[in-house]
Design a binder for this molecule. Structure first.
Ligand code: B1M
Length: 218
């Protein structure tokens, strides 16, 4: 069993690096059928692949068309993984609005966060990607959210998370919501600097942090 699991992880990494969407989907399905936890499969199989692609892209050893093939393979595998995340039966009476900030179209990680939040019983409104900052607030007001979550993968768009804090303050709504931020370049230090209530390094951490924030809120 261990060998099969390791082999699936390796092949999943390879499928993403090579940008093979059909193969990635087949491996995601096979891994789940073999009983591998979908998030472990993501973490040990697919994420190392897309991280490798990122490194190759950054160092000029892979170009945009290949990055797009790999991203497509990753998106397709993520759909299968997200659908397989087991749901908690207990509903949490908390509403979360989540999106990727304006100027940024990276949404693979954000989508995993959304799925895990839903699986943990949160009522989630997914705003998608490239979301104008003011829209986070408008939608949170309409949805009756408790938490506003923002994701970003580009260093140039991190400033959107700061702007969200500023716009909330300006509208006199900062105390009404708890905010959580995430994304590859984001850190706890950035959260402290801009005044976000929490930072999460991955989806599981996000669920833990949101539960803590809700305890503070009540
Ligand atoms: Co882009 N890209 N990309 N890209 N891309 C990065 C981010 C980059 C680091 C690659 C590199 O150079 N090494 C680099 C950014 C450099 C920088 O800012 N300093 C980069 C660049 C430059 C670009 C373009 C500018 C390229 C170009 O056009 N010349 C362009 C930007 C377009 C735009 O947004 N305006 C671009 C485009 C793309 C694609 C469209 C091809 C594709 C995205 C497809 C999609 O998302 N639908 C893509 C991809 C795939 C990547 C890399 C390779 C992988 C990102 C990813 O999906 N990771 C990325 C390199 C990298 O990050 N290693 C890269 C897997 C995912 C599961 O992880 O998103 O980190 P992540 O999410 C994690 C955690 O961060 C956390 O939980 C998730 C699950 O564990 N998390 C949260 C995330 N959000 C959270 C929110 C929370 C809590 C936790 O609470 C609210």
């Amino acid at each position: 069993m261990e060998n099969i699991t390791e082999k699936i992880f390796e092949e999943a990494t390879e499928a993403i690096v090579e940008g093979k969407a059909e193969k990635a989907v087949e491996l995601a399905k096979r891994g789940i059928d073999e009983g591998i936890d979908p998030l472990v499969l993501m973490e040990k199989g697919f994420i190392p692949g897309i991280n490798k692609v990122g490194d190759l892209f950054e160092t000029g050893r892979l170009f945009l068309p290949a990055l797009i093939y790999s991203a497509t393979a990753m998106e397709k595998a993520t759909e299968i993984i997200n659908a397989a995340i087991p749901s908690e039966k207990e509903l949490v009476s908390a509403k979360v609005v989540l999106g990727t900030v304006q100027g940024d179209v990276h949404d693979i990680g954000k989508t995993i966060v959304v799925s895990l939040f839903k699986a943990n019983g949160f009522d989630v409104l997914d705003l998608g990607r490239d979301v104008p900052i003011a829209r986070f607030i408008e939608e949170a007001e309409k949805f009756g959210a408790d938490i506003i979550g923002s994701s970003t993968l580009l260093t140039t768009t991190m400033v959107g998370q700061k702007e969200l804090e500023q716009q909330l303050k300006k509208a006199g709504l900062r105390e009404k919501y708890k905010t959580i931020i995430g994304g590859a370049p984001v850190t706890q230090r950035w959260a402290n600097r801009i005044g976000a209530d929490a930072y999460a390094q991955d989806a599981g951490d996000g669920v833990r942090k949101v539960k803590e924030l809700l305890m503070d809120k009540n």
